[in-house]
Structures are given as structure tokens and as C-alpha cells.
Ligand binder design. Structure first.
Ligand code: HEC
Ligand code: HEC
Length: 252
């Protein structure tokens, strides 16, 4: 694994927060807000304004954001130089609820049009023990992102690439750290928290370890994914993609 050496001085990089407000009630609250604040430009059904210039928000793809956290920031901060103004005075909860509502609008990927089968993909997922690192509907590990709604945020091509080139695009949340203690022992894992003096790591067994930076001989950071690139047959990959695309979360 290629590791980057970085000086101690860097503080904690921002981790991508997950949307904490995704229940059916949040959808409804978000919709209500959308109707009062956004339809003048984005249209009553969010497919784009006729007179105003707000773009279609129902395609499932956004130019200015790919994650929930990114959408949150677009709604809060607006888009400079356009009529899209941020909701600077709104509470964080209201903004997340708008994100939740917008996520329900995207046309579901037409699963029937995909070459693979979600059922077969689920079996591959179990056989390859993807659950060791990934949670789906509350079951599985925490060494990778929760996949319960991955079909809502990644399109099939992106999902295929997630499987074949895991390191192509790795959010800071999943970067790794390797610390060497004064006695020479090495511990490697995901960086869970960091400030000027301390560093917390989740090791491969999901154990949380805390270190005082001053007590460490070195800290190395890696930006590659810890996810193994499984050699998949084309049919297996298609089935996995179909299964992942079908994971769109439940409303509760
Ligand atoms: C005064 C008109 C106006 C209002 C009101 C407005 N928007 Fe926008 N919005 C725009 C325009 C114009 C853009 C496109 C900016 C650009 O990229 O050129 C945009 C872009 C966006 C985007 C990014 C789309 C993308 O593809 O990345 C989101 C998300 C969005 N608006 C959500 C909202 C929400 C939620 C509200 C209500 C809280 C809202 N907007 C209210 C005009 C508006
Ligand atoms: C050793 C732990 C581990 C295993 C095993 C693993 N993954 Fe991952 N996976 C990760 C990590 C960490 C990430 C986030 C970094 C990245 O993008 O690669 C990730 C990312 C993903 C993503 C992108 C998720 C998103 O939100 O962008 C998908 C899809 C995925 N994995 C599917 C799978 C499938 C399917 C399997 C089984 C074949 C699998 N993973 C096995 C650790 C793992």
C-alpha cells in the first residue's frame, strides 16, 4: 500500500457528515419547505422552472454535489454568481430535510434495464463477505460506508467502478493511518478522530484505539481504499451492481 507521509501539525480534516434526518417525517417536512421556498425557481414538481431558471432537481444527478453533505452545503451556501441563494439562516435540520426530500425525487434507476439480477447479486455479496466491512439495513461491519442507500447516491456506472477500482475515489473519511509507537509496534486502521494532540483509529477488528501524538514515533497516512479489488467475472459484477443499485433505503 502506498502511504503518504504527512507532518504532525495538520489538524483534523473535515469528515463527511451523514444525513441524520432521513425518516418519512423528514421527507414530509422537507417537501413542505421545498414548496414554500424553492418552487418559484425549481417548479412545483422540482423538474425545473418555466419562467425562472432553476434546474431540474429530479434527475438524481447534481452538478454541484455528489454526496448528501455536498447537497447540504449547496442549499446552505447557495451558488455564487447565480440566483441560487443559500438558506443561511435556516437550521441544520431543515437543510438536511430538504436534502432528504430531494433524494426521494430522483427517478429510480430502471433496475429491469440493467444486465444483472439483484437477487443473484445479493448472493454474491454474501458469498464474498462484503458485509464484513459494509452495513446494509443495520447488518454488517463499519470498516466501509453503509450501503443501505447506495443505489440512491451512486449510478450503475459509478457502482461498477467502486467495485473494480476502489481507490479511484476515496473520501477522506476512509483514508487510513498507520502509527508507529515509541516501542516500534505498528497499528493501522481508519482515522476516526483527530485533534492537535490526539489521534483515534479503528483497527481491522473495529477496535477503537487512542493515541497521544507526542508519544508516537511516526504517523503515515494513506489515501488508498482498504477495500480489496475482487477479481469478478463480468456476470458477477453485473449482478452485484444490480443489487447495489436496488438498495435505496426504506422510508423509516
Ligand atoms: C431565485 C431562484 C431560486 C430559488 C428560490 C432556489 N433556487 Fe436552487 N437553484 C437556482 C439556480 C439558478 C440554480 C442553478 C445554478 C447554476 O448552477 O447555475 C440552482 C441550483 C440548485 C441546486 C444545485 C443543482 C445541481 O445540479 O447541482 C440545488 C440542490 C438547489 N438549487 C436546491 C434549491 C432548494 C432546496 C431551494 C429552496 C430552499 C432552492 N434551490 C431555491 C435558483 C433558485
Ligand atoms: C476490507 C473492507 C471492505 C470489504 C471486504 C469490502 N469493502 Fe467496499 N468499501 C470499503 C471502504 C473502506 C470503502 C470506502 C472507500 C472507497 O471508496 O473505496 C468502500 C466502498 C465501497 C463502495 C462505494 C460506496 C459509496 O458510498 O461510495 C461500494 C459500492 C462497495 N464498497 C461495495 C463493496 C462490495 C460489493 C464488496 C464485496 C465484494 C465490498 N465492498 C467489500 C471497504 C470494504
Amino acid at each position: 500500500m502506498l502511504l503518504l507521509l504527512v507532518a504532525f501539525a495538520t489538524g483534523a480534516a473535515a469528515e463527511e457528515p451523514e444525513n441524520p434526518f432521513t425518516s418519512a417525517i423528514d421527507v414530509r417536512m422537507g417537501q413542505r419547505q421545498f414548496q414554500s421556498k424553492c418552487t418559484s425557481c425549481h417548479g412545483l414538481d422540482a423538474t425545473g422552472g418555466e419562467e425562472a431558471d432553476g434546474p431540474d432537481l429530479t434527475t438524481g444527478r447534481f452538478q454541484h454535489a455528489s454526496t448528501d453533505a455536498g447537497l447540504h452545503d449547496v442549499i446552505r451556501d447557495g451558488i455564487e454568481g447565480t440566483s441560487m441563494r443559500g438558506l443561511r439562516r435556516a437550521g441544520d435540520q431543515e437543510i438536511w430535510q430538504l436534502v432528504t426530500y430531494l433524494r426521494t425525487l430522483s427517478d429510480a434507476v430502471d433496475l429491469a434495464a440493467l444486465p444483472g439480477s439483484p437477487e443473484a447479486g445479493r448472493a454474491v455479496f454474501e458469498r464474498l463477505d462484503c458485509e464484513r466491512c459494509h452495513m446494509v439495513e443495520g447488518r454488517g461491519g463499519r470498516l466501509g460506508p453503509d450501503l443501505s442507500r447506495v443505489g440512491g447516491r451512486r449510478d450503475p456506472e459509478e457502482l461498477a467502478r467502486d467495485l473494480t477500482e476502489p481507490s479511484a475515489e476515496v473520501a477522506p473519511r476512509w483514508w487510513t493511518v498507520r502509527v508507529t509507537r515509541a516501542d516500534g509496534t505498528v497499528i493501522e486502521g481508519l482515522r476516526m478522530g483527530e485533534d492537535t494532540f490526539n489521534l483515534r483509529i479503528m483497527d481491522g477488528e473495529e477496535g477503537l484505539r487512542s493515541f497521544t501524538k507526542a508519544s508516537l514515533r511516526s504517523v503515515e497516512r494513506g489515501r488508498k481504499s482498504t477495500m480489496p479489488a475482487e477479481p469478478l467475472a463480468d456476470a458477477e459484477r453485473d449482478d452485484l451492481v444490480a443489487y447495489l443499485a436496488s438498495l435505496r433505503g426504506s422510508d423509516s
